[in-house]
Design a protein around this ligand. Structure first.
Ligand code: PMP
Length: 428
């Protein structure tokens, strides 16, 4: 019989024999190469049974905590009498669409798909169809999924700043050429491009807070400026709220800022871990989609009843008066605690985040765009997290990745994590 200690290694070796690299998604191959076999509430458990406080949270979905019992129960109920039928829509799907339109300022209508990438793909196609234009603008540091139009310039090496930095071989050159990449929070750069090429731009897409490089807060004037300029040039403005949607409030971060885009994409915590994404926005734009319009939108598993049931349960829990207060209070407790530790030990570091998201950059402020983050000490960033992992705190040990707090985390979890952070930072 295999010893318990070799179980992780066994699973890794078996996976690597049959799955390229042993993982089915690029960012899952990280050192130390742990295998997790159980997730419950705020915790994940490795194959040896060791418990970790989970702040990676699968890049964000389990906002209520892993395997949230009410969500699980609603999924089991839904799946006890249906699976996929594939004709028409379901009563739950209609209820969910109504809820999203009730909460998200830009949502007059909504379409469901399975992943954030599918939603941003559909948003960009719709924008191109409506405007008859081809080019799009994205911002350095933002990630919007794996498709050719936007898979570029997220964590770009210093020598490639200002150039296109495609993240995969095999991308269509025409798709890459039609995407312009500009610095975040730089309205002048956008203005300049629009002066020259405004009539060729179909869409501007952005993460309202570029959480794929941690947390870079947007300047209100930048986002409002984008809103004004896109109106002026008849460009479709897309807020990619795949991370910020539901996590930062039922209305997303657009509600916090008070700026409403034409289209919004949402995924991740919308269904607390079940695969669901949404493309929402102005009714007159979404009505261009099939079957009413000529923009093709389809998917065998779109609005899968399990995910729809999970999403309805998730939103109902988030609607309870204390939910966001708990998330935001714990976020603040963590950020304040880290700031105090950093100051006490005189460490060059900056605490960043918003709401339930936090992280520690090893650099001085200011942090207004991706290029500022080139000053982050990537080695310290990863070493710090690896040391936390040995103490039972899981923050993904990859440069610039954000951490997530869930409703299942407690003040005691945060305090235990701060104690570990204190030990590690003192020694770093
Ligand atoms: N947009 C943003 C802002 C994201 O963070 C991600 C995923 N990290 C995506 C889109 C793509 O979502 P998915 O991985 O579900 O395709």
């Amino acid at each position: 019989m295999a010893t318990i200690a070799s179980r992780s290694q066994e699973i890794i070796e078996q996976a690597q024999r049959f799955i390229p690299g042993g993982v089915s998604s690029a960012n899952r191959l990280v050192e130390p190469n742990l295998v997790f076999t159980r997730a419950q509430g705020a915790y994940i458990f490795d194959a040896e049974g060791k418990r970790y406080i989970d702040y990676h949270a699968a890049f964000g979905p389990p906002l209520l905590g892993h395997c949230q019992p009410e969500v699980q129960q609603r999924v089991v109920e839904a799946m006890s009498h249906t699976d996929v039928i594939g004709v028409g829509s379901s009563d739950l799907e209609a209820q969910l669409a109504e809820k999203i339109c009730e909460h998200v300022p830009s949502a007059e209508k909504v379409l469901f798909c399975n992943s954030g990438s599918e939603a941003t793909y559909a948003a960009l196609r719709l924008a191109r169809a409506i405007t008859g234009r081809q080019k799009i603008i994205k911002f350095q540091g933002c990630y919007h999924g794996w498709h050719d139009a936007i898979l570029m310039n997220v964590i770009t090496p210093a020598e490639k700043i200002g150039q296109r930095d495609p993240l995969s071989a095999g991308m269509l050159p025409q798709a890459i050429e039609n995407t312009l990449v500009l610095p975040f929070n730089d309205l002048n750069a956008v203005q300049q491009v629009l002066q020259e090429q405004g009539t060729e731009i179909a869409a501007i897409i952005l993460e309202l807070i570029p959480h794929n490089i941690g947390t870079v807060l947007p300047q209100q004037a930048f986002v409002q400026g984008l809103r004004d300029l896109t109106r002026q040039h008849q460009i479709v403005l897309i807020f990619d709220e795949v991370v910020t949607g539901f996590r930062h409030g039922l209305g997303g971060y657009q509600k916090v800022l008070g700026v409403t885009p034409d289209l919004t994409t949402m995924a991740k915590s919308i269904a607390n871990g079940f695969p669901l994404a949404a493309l929402a926005g102005r009714a007159d734009l979404l009505d261009h989609c099939a079957p009413g319009g000529d923009v093709f939108f389809a998917g065998t598993f779109n609005a899968h009843p399990a995910s729809v049931a999970a999403s309805l349960a998730t939103i109902e829990i988030l609607e309870r008066p204390d939910s966001y207060a708990h998330l935001f209070n714990l976020g603040k407790r963590m950020r304040d605690g880290l700031a105090e530790i950093v100051q006490r030990h005189g460490i060059t570091a900056t605490v960043a985040g918003f709401g339930s998201i936090f992280l520690l950059y090893f650099m001085e402020p200011p942090i207004e765009s991706y290029t500022d983050l080139l000053r982050n000490d990537a080695k310290k960033f990863v070493d710090y997290r690896c040391a936390l992992i040995t103490r039972g705190i899981y923050e993904l040990p990859v440069n610039l990745k954000r951490n997530h707090i869930s409703l299942a985390h407690s003040a005691a979890d945060i305090d235990q994590s701060l104690e570990a952070a204190n030990e590690v930072l003192k020694a770093l």
